[in-house]
Design a protein around this ligand. Structure first.
Ligand SMILES: [Cu+2]
Length: 586
């Protein structure tokens, strides 16, 4: 029995802010507000763009610059109670993350002392460095920032959110996120649904709430972690700001544009009708940076979206009679490690151990008259090709290891280690990577955000970045600025001895072959063969991406998009350089 009745609140649609209707000049207040997450809940204090959750959806046109005056008008106390529960399970053995309330924890004084410093990043934006929202360039309440967004980029679903160093997880959880849609001529040539009612944006998030002395939900937002799990995986799935809403639709083709805007949770979405999965209603036409080259079905066990990933879906409801109901369910256990779950069992995906007490996401109910079906073109994007490994043989290569460092008396730290080729006489500690006959020896060149920059990509040059996951969880790795393409995803076996993950050092022996106990398929899904800005790197896996930075020089960031990881210390800078300055670099 759910603590809130599912599928009673209509799906809210965020307000639209069309840049062209304002001469390309927008002004958005960042404000405290009140928001009702469910009809049975009291209003929750929130911080939101325009005071709303999510913020207004900004719509822009390719090639038409947009300026936004972000006005920081935050005031009052921080709206989220941040707690680390004293134990991972309650007296009944239920994981504390699956239940509302503080679970006996003391609210963090540091979180309640926050006063509203913020900075805004447009995720997926090809934005000059000065306007990209560097995590340390904050503006305080009363201060404004006018950011210029050139919008020289293809049509895509982007999103804007707070990006403050160390507290992005709290600020985004408090409500500071909104969508940003870029449109272009190619999409119009294809006649894709644009705007209401047939284009529907869906922002998936998860939230938890406090309870009063009688156990009633108060609506007060709670960000709760526990001694075993340093990420928050709250029990209530929220779509466009409502817990388990319902959307009435006509029997027609809809365009669903989905963002996973959760702090940490990965969703694997399955559409179910009458107990059976109906995933063939989905055709995916786009991912993070817009259209794929051709439409693809979603993977057989469901559409997986880790934090910050997006999907552009055409969904065919045209054969359904009024009164038909479908339910979107999530089958991904948390923390997500890539483990499969059959779509046919989606209705029994609830799992307390998997921190997924309620798999339900959204109910769809057919109402009204039929509308003709949209026939899906066979060719979509024509402006990019699949990358060819041979053509990238001479590209600059960079390697990054993801590690989880055990900490005495505090939660583990997830960090990134930038690797540099080791000198021949370097005796270590070393990371060796063996691929067939070839072994590369690396030393750690950087371990923390504040360490010196080691990545200086040249504008216009191809690069191949290797991300080597030595942890037990899937990490969605996000690069700011230009999109990239996945080149390979391969299983690895690694030996990382006890104590080999130091404050800065790392010793590990990595071999590019499957560990006998590894059950993941390490496949690249068809829907990942587009232009991406966030890529999942599963356990026992090495992912290679091909990237070329094109337009803007400056200091940018790349990081894990699990916000609790990004804040603690899975984030690093890189500096894009015009080639003619390289000879002047020391
Ligand atoms: Cu991570």
């Amino acid at each position: 029995m759910e603590p809130l009745e599912p599928f009673v609140d209509p799906l809210p649609l965020p307000s639209r802010l069309v840049a062209a209707e304002h001469g390309g000049r927008l002004s958005v207040g960042i404000r405290a507000g009140r928001h009702r997450f469910h009809r049975e809940l009291p209003e929750s204090p929130v911080w939101g763009f325009d005071g709303t959750v999510p913020g207004p959806t900004i719509e822009a046109e390719r090639g038409q610059p947009v300026s936004v005056e972000w006005r920081n008008e935050l005031e009052g106390s921080f709206p989220v109670i941040d707690v680390v529960a004293p134990a991972a399970t309650d007296a009944d053995g239920v994981p504390v993350q699956c239940v509302p309330g503080l679970s006996g924890a003391e609210p963090s004084r540091h979180a309640s002392g926050l006063t509203g410093q913020t900075v805004v990043h447009l995720h997926g934006g090809l934005t000059p460095a000065s306007f990209d929202g560097w995590a340390e360039n904050l503006f305080a309440p009363g201060q404004n920032a006018e950011f210029q967004y050139p919008m020289n980029q293809r049509a895509a679903l982007l999103w804007y959110h707070d990006h403050v160093m160390g507290i992005t997880k709290l600020d985004v959880y408090a409500g500071l996120a909104g969508l940003w849609v870029v449109r272009d001529e190619r999409e119009r040539e294809l006649g894709l649904p644009e705007g209401p009612p047939f284009e529907v944006t869906l922002v998936l998030q998860d939230r938890n709430f406090d309870v009063d002395d009688d156990g009633r939900l108060t609506g007060r937002l709670v960000h709760k972690t526990d001694p075993d799990v340093m990420e928050a995986f709250p029990p209530f799935t929220v779509v466009n700001g409502k817990v388990w809403p319902v959307l009435e639709i006509r029997p027609a083709t809809y365009r669903f544009r989905v963002l996973n805007g959760s702090n940490a949770r990965t969703y694997r979405l399955v559409l179910v009708r009458g107990g059976k999965p109906e995933l063939d209603r989905f055709t995916q036409i786009g991912s993070d940076h817009g259209l794929l080259r051709a439409p693809v079905p979603v993977p057989g066990d469901g559409l997986t979206l880790a934090s910050a990933e997006r999907a552009d879906l055409l969904v065919d409801f045209s054969d359904l009679a009024p009164g038909s109901e479908l339910t979107l369910l999530n089958t991904a256990a948390a923390p997500f490690d890539g483990s499969p779950f059959p779509a046919a069992k989606a209705e029994s995906a609830a799992s307390l151990d998997g921190l997924l007490p309620y798999p339900q996401v959204l109910r769809l109910r057919i109402a009204g008259d039929g509308v003709s079906r949209y026939s899906i073109p066979r060719e979509l994007a024509t402006d990019f090709e699949d990358p060819v490994a041979d053509a990238l043989a001479c590209a600059r290569r960079r390697a990054i290891a993801l590690v989880e460092r055990e900490m005495e008396g505090e939660p583990n730290m997830l960090t990134m280690r930038e690797l540099a080729p080791a000198a021949e006489d370097d005796e270590g500690p070393l990371v060796t990577v063996t691929d067939g006959e070839q072994t590369t020896r690396y030393r750690v060149a950087a371990a923390h955000f504040e360490d010196a920059t080691t990545f200086f990509p040249m504008l216009g040059e191809d690069e191949v970045w290797q991300v080597i996951n030595l942890t037990g969880d899937t990490h969605p790795i996000h690069l700011h600025l230009d999109p990239f393409q996945i080149l390979s995803r391969r299983p690895i076996r690694h030996e990382t001895p006890d104590g080999a993950i130091g404050e800065r050092d790392l010793a590990s022996t990595v071999t590019l072959e499957r560990d006998p106990s590894d059950e993941l398929d390490h496949a690249i899904d068809d829907n990942e063969r587009g232009l991406k800005d966030t890529i999942r790197v599963n356990p026992n896996e090495l992912v290679e991406i091909a990237v070329r930075f094109t337009a803007y020089s400056g200091r940018y960031m790349y990081h894990c998009h699990i916000l609790e990881h990004e804040d603690r210390d899975m984030m690093r800078p890189f500096v894009t350089m015009p080639p003619e300055l390289m000879p002047f670099m020391a």
